[in-house]
Design a protein around this ligand. Sequence first.
Ligand SMILES: O=P(O)(O)O[C@@H]1C[C@H](O)[C@@H](CO)O1
Ligand SMILES: Nc1nc2[nH]cnc2c(=O)[nH]1
Length: 268
Amino acid sequence: MADYYTTIEAFRKSLEKSTEFRPRTGVILGSGLSKIADSLSGTAIDYSQIQGMPRPTVEGHRGFLKISRDYALLAGRFHYYEGHAIQDVVKPVLLLKALGVERLIVTNAAGGINPDFEPGQIVLIRDHINLMGANPLVGPNNGDLGPRFPDMSDAYSRALRKRISARLEYPLKEGVYAGLSGPCYETPAEIRMLEKIGADMVGMSTVPEVIMANYLGMGTVGFSCITNMAAGILDQPLNHQEVIDTAARVETHFRGIVETVMELLASE
Ligand SMILES: O=P(O)(O)O[C@@H]1C[C@H](O)[C@@H](CO)O1
Ligand SMILES: Nc1nc2[nH]cnc2c(=O)[nH]1
């Protein structure tokens, strides 16, 4: 495994110069959702000012950290399909760890497989299926950071999900997120397979981040914004513009949910 301990220490040192905030809650914002970070007060730190932090290359991922007393928001993640090593894909989580974050909210844009879902809907992630073909924990393990064989049976904290559902005015549907490497969207046959193995939505991120967060002992919750129905469900082609447009259309609604959850976690 990459020397994650050294990476976390390097981030800690780099951030010491730019912020004194040490929030307990971290948020990783998915495609087209970075406006949430604009609307919060705090210090903005561009990834270019953080030593060792890669630059995002995908439209909708801007590449800055917004930090306040209670929250650290990352507007920009790294995807395996961009050509980043899987050890770099998890750098946002390592950065949050360096700040002392204990709870993580991950968000993403995803294609809906479950026919009960529709574009624009926000779904609470109950579990995931790792079909990335990679795992950030492969390699020698540093037992000071986490166990060799991490348990993944509560990777999306059941307790936190329960509290979130109780706090929101209406319950969110829950679903299983299948994480594939991308960058192709799926074929209709692949979507039929994913449905059979229990996936409700499909995307190209989140899974490596949640594996790392779970390994490092962060309580994690995740939200998918269903930006499109997955391939073959509707008789229409898929494209990233639709993903960005749908995320933009429901941004205020999504932001309301994420902010409520952030307040809930900060008040504990
Ligand atoms: O970063 P997320 O998972 O929100 O972005 C999804 C997956 C791809 O990057 C992109 C495909 O349109 O949206
Ligand atoms: N893999 C995948 N990722 C997405 N991100 C947003 N929509 C989709 C989709 O349909 N498939």
